[in-house]
Each structure stands twice: as C-alpha cells, then as structure tokens.
Design a protein. Structure first.
Length: 191
C-alpha cells in the first residue's frame, strides 16, 4: 500500500512538471527572457533565442542551459515575454527543470515570393490557451481567397470554453507579410 502511494505521488509530480512546461504561446515574437529567483535574475534572451528552430522553442530550464546560476541554492524560474500579433505582451513562467515548448514566429524563413494568398500560421483561443489551426484555415481557401466565420465549429473545437476567443493569422498576400486578429463570431475575409 505504501509503495502504491509513493508511486501515485511521484506520478503526480511528473505530471505537474510536464504541465508546468507546456505553455501554449501561439504566434508572436520573443521580447525578453530572464532567469533566476527573487531579485537575483539575469537576462538570458540571447541564450533562449539560440534554442529557436523554425519558430519553435524547445529546451529544458537548467543552469547548464543558460550557463549561469544567478541564485545559488535557490529554486529558479524562467520568465519569457512574448509580444503577440495584436500588440499584447504575455509572460510565461517555467520552474527550474521544466521543459519549454513554445511555438512562435520564426525569425527568418518566411520569404514567400508567390503573389497568391498563403496562410503561414493560424491560432485559435484566448487567455494563453491557443491551438494551431493552420491546416484547418488553409482548407477554407478557394480560388486564392478565404472566407470563414470564426467560431468553435469552423475552427474544429473549443480550446477553452471559459473565455472569449480570437483567431490570430499570419499570412502572405501580394508578396507581403500580414497579420490579423479576428474575434470569435466575426468574419475573416482574405485577402
């Protein structure tokens, strides 16, 4: 019985750390990153940027990852600030030893020379709970144009029933990069 309780406790801790590292920033750009505890924090923005590949940040939060220990003998946190396409800045916190897995805009690689409409990325949700709906949105494109009423049905589900949602879209049209944020129940027409 005691072993079973210990097993359940360890399983719960593993789940807690897994969930702590599974923030869902979808779209946007990295503004800043700080690592430490209390008033003992250091800027680790360049180190965090170095882990971005194709717009995805994946790494573990450890002293070794950043090459520093700003608060020796204290449990530290990583603070990442993301500026979304609507201009809002959101901060994500990851405890030491958590796994970071954030999908953002890549710094490079979006050179689209075709003049047609091309959906690069699309996310649906709110209050930090977004899902990638890029393929779903691409399926609504017909004859170089796109029209859809933004709601749970058209986006393939409800990522968070408790909040009003938005659709964030990064796209190319006429050879230029654009971004748009459309509230739930509104219409999206592109280009």
């Amino acid at each position: 019985m005691k072993q079973k309780l210990i097993g359940v406790g360890i399983g719960g801790l593993v789940l807690l750390f897994a969930l702590a590292g599974s923030a869902a920033a979808q779209g946007g750009v990295l503004v800043a990153a700080e690592y430490g505890a209390g008033n003992h924090r250091v800027d680790v923005t360049p180190q965090v940027r170095s882990y971005m590949h194709d717009g995805v940040l994946r790494f573990d939060v450890t002293d070794q990852t950043f090459g520093t220990d700003p608060a020796r003998n204290h449990v530290k946190e990583l603070f990442i600030r993301i500026r979304h396409w609507d201009g809002n800045v959101e901060e994500f916190r990851f405890p030491e030893y958590a796994h970071v897995n954030l999908e953002l805009d890549p710094d490079a690689g979006y050179e689209w020379h075709d003049r047609e409409l091309h959906i690069m990325r699309a996310y649906y949700g709110g209050a930090g709970h977004f899902v990638n709906v890029t393929e779903q949105l691409r399926s609504y494109k017909h004859g170089g144009q796109l029209f859809v009423v933004v709601d749970n049905r058209s986006m393939g589900g409800d990522p968070d029933p408790a909040v009003h949602k938005v659709l964030r879209v990064l796209y190319f049209a006429a050879g230029e990069r654009h971004q748009i944020v459309v509230p739930e129940h509104a219409e999206l027409r592109l280009p």
